[in-house]
Structures are given as C-alpha cells and as structure tokens.
Design a protein around this ligand. Structure first.
Ligand SMILES: Cc1cc2nc3c(=O)[nH]c(=O)nc-3n(C[C@H](O)[C@H](O)[C@H](O)COP(=O)(O)O)c2cc1C
Length: 180
C-alpha cells in the first residue's frame, strides 16, 4: 500500500508530526511519502491519503484547504484520514472540541471526502517565533481557552501520534481488503 501523508505547516512542527505518522506506517510495511500541500502538483499513484494541518483561528491553513479542493475527486475515491495539530488539541478537555469544529469546517472544501479517521494532536506554540501580528492573534485565541501567552510549548505526544497512525493503517488495510 502506498500512502501519501500531505501536511501543511507555518512554523515546522506539523512537518515532524507528518514524518512520525509516515514512519509508523512504514514500520507496518506500507510505503509512505511525506509532502507539503503547497508543493504538491499531483497525487497520482497513491492508494490512501492522510492530510493534516495546524489549526489557525479555527481553520486549516490555506494551502491545506486548497489541497482538499484541488484533489477532492481523487480523495473521494480512496481511503482518507485527517489530522489536526493545534494548541487546544494538546489539552485533554479541548481535543474533542477541535475534532468537532473541524468536522464542520472541512466539508466546505471537499464535501464528497469522508475521512475514515480523524486525529487531533497537540502541536507547538512558540511565541518567540511569532511576529507582532501573529502574537496578538494567538494571544486572542489563547485568551479564550486559558492557555499560556508566552514562551515555547511543545505539546506533541509522540506515542499518541504513533498509535493513531497504527490504527489508521489498520483501517486502510480493512478498506483495501473490502472489510471496512
Ligand atoms: C496565528 C495563530 C493562530 C492559531 N490559532 C489556533 C486556534 O484557533 N486553535 C488552536 O488550538 N491553536 C491555534 N494555534 C496554534 C497552532 O495550531 C499550533 O501552534 C500548531 O502546532 C502550529 O503548527 P506548525 O508549527 O506546523 O505551524 C494558532 C497559532 C497561531 C500562530
């Protein structure tokens, strides 16, 4: 099985999540490529797709939205999983809410794509890397949820990411064998 892990990122941390997902798939025997949405010209030759983005002000980054729009027809015919990386998804009491909100948002870009699974993972919030505009925006976002408003916070839970990837691999296999 050949899987494309297509991700978008603003500050790099979601690329590492995508790599960890691909590594978990490879350890199960799949072939997995990792590519950034904004750099993808074609998605030919893949049997399944995992697509993920950081959440910015309650939505995926624009290149990830565009990826869904552009390749909707292909994605609709293959097994697909989505993942979200965000500050709120790093909190046990807010993770499900991230999944719920994004399940309402993403059909606007690719209504015919029905993901088999959705993961939400804590990402990296790093105020030192934001310019003034992003810092203000992020302080506004965080202000609502009661999170930190300075410093660097790496909330990535690598075990949770890998075990989600293992489950997605199983779901893809079941779908491929006609059982799912
Ligand atoms: C401008 C801005 C807006 C953000 N908005 C949200 C948000 O609405 N909800 C959330 O949970 N996290 C939000 N975040 C946190 C990011 O989703 C998180 O930092 C993510 O892991 C960044 O991934 P990246 O390093 O791949 O760019 C925001 C971050 C920035 C800089």
């Amino acid at each position: 099985m050949r899987v494309l892990v297509a991700y978008e990122t603003a500050h790099g941390s979601t690329a590492e999540i995508a790599e960890a997902i691909a590594e978990a798939l490879r350890s199960k025997g799949a072939e997995a490529d990792v590519k950034r949405c904004r750099q993808l010209g074609s998605v030919d030759g893949y049997d399944a797709f995992i697509v993920g983005s950081p959440v910015w002000v309650g939505n995926w980054l624009k290149p990830a939205q565009a990826f869904l729009r552009r390749f909707e027809q292909t994605l609709a015919q293959r097994p697909v999983a989505y993942f979200h990386a965000s500050g709120a998804a790093g909190r046990d009491d807010q993770r499900d809410e991230v999944v719920r909100i994004m399940a309402e948002r993403l059909p606007a870009y690719a209504p015919s794509v029905k993901p088999l699974a959705t993961g939400a993972f804590g990402g990296v919030v790093d105020f030192d890397r934001y310019n003034i505009a992003l810092r203000l925006l992020m302080k506004m976002v965080v202000g609502r949820g009661g999170g930190a408003t300075s410093g660097r916070h790496d909330m990535r839970d690598w075990d949770a990411i890998r075990s989600w990837a293992d489950r997605v691999h199983e779901a893809f296999q079941e779908r491929a064998s006609g059982a799912g």
